[in-house]
Write a protein that binds this ligand. Structure first.
Ligand code: ZN
Ligand code: ZN
Length: 212
């Protein structure tokens, strides 16, 4: 009988799954409590953290299982840049608990530049598998030109154009926007604002990692 040996995506040691027990225990998890939107520590503030205050946040939740720090940075590198498809099952398991009935999962579009450089879209890949890998539904947004995402005005025009090309699409009432890493949340927040203007009633953000 042939025994398949797997290796930990973070430390490279042989292990049973895609990550060894030790690396799993070292991943920096986002705790409960803290900011009512993103769960980051409040450092003496009440309700909203500095980051969410700065953002003028319209997202009702910003969620991620891990902080983008320590071993989680290696995990993201392995997944995004080295096509760590063996991590898919682990990531799907981690993200599944944030999904709720009645909410439509919508992947954030990649920058066109990244898509052609990497040859794949790590967010769409995750979205597809989170939807069970079958008939995942239509996508609301097309890939965007690099640089345009940062400027709210231009990003809005761009994404509106790509949405209007898909005028047949109805905007879901409750949406969870999916990204790989949330840094400031500004990109997600601007997509949320656009979707709210277009008739959505609630928009949340979800990613694998959140900048601490
Ligand atoms: Zn390991
Ligand atoms: Zn916050």
């Amino acid at each position: 009988m042939k025994v398949h040996v797997k290796f930990c995506y973070c430390c490279g040691k042989p292990c049973k799954g895609s990550l060894c027990e030790n690396c799993l225990s070292l991943l920096p998890r986002v705790g409960a409590g803290g900011c009512r939107i993103c769960s980051r520590p409040l450092w003496g503030l009440e309700g909203l953290c500095w980051s969410c205050r700065d953002l003028d946040v319209v997202l009702t939740k910003i969620q991620a299982p891990f902080y983008y720090a320590g071993l989680a940075k290696i995990l993201m590198q392995q997944y995004k840049f080295r096509r760590g498809w063996g991590l898919t099952q682990f990531l799907v398991q981690e993200l599944q608990s944030y999904l709720e009935p009645g909410y439509t999962l919508v992947p954030i579009p990649p920058k066109k530049q990244n898509l052609s450089k990497r040859g794949w879209d790590p967010v769409k890949h995750l979205w597809y598998h989170l939807k069970g890998g079958k008939n995942p539904g239509r996508i609301l947004f097309e890939p965007v030109e690099a640089g345009e995402q940062k400027l709210y005005g231009r990003a809005k025009r761009k994404t509106m154009t790509s949405m209007e090309n898909k005028a047949f699409l109805e905007i879901p009432t409750k949406i969870i926007l999916l990204d790989d890493t949330i840094t400031t949340g500004a990109t997600l927040n601007s997509y949320a604002r656009l979707l709210l203007e277009k008739g959505a009633q609630e928009v949340r953000g979800l990613a694998i990692t959140l900048a601490p």
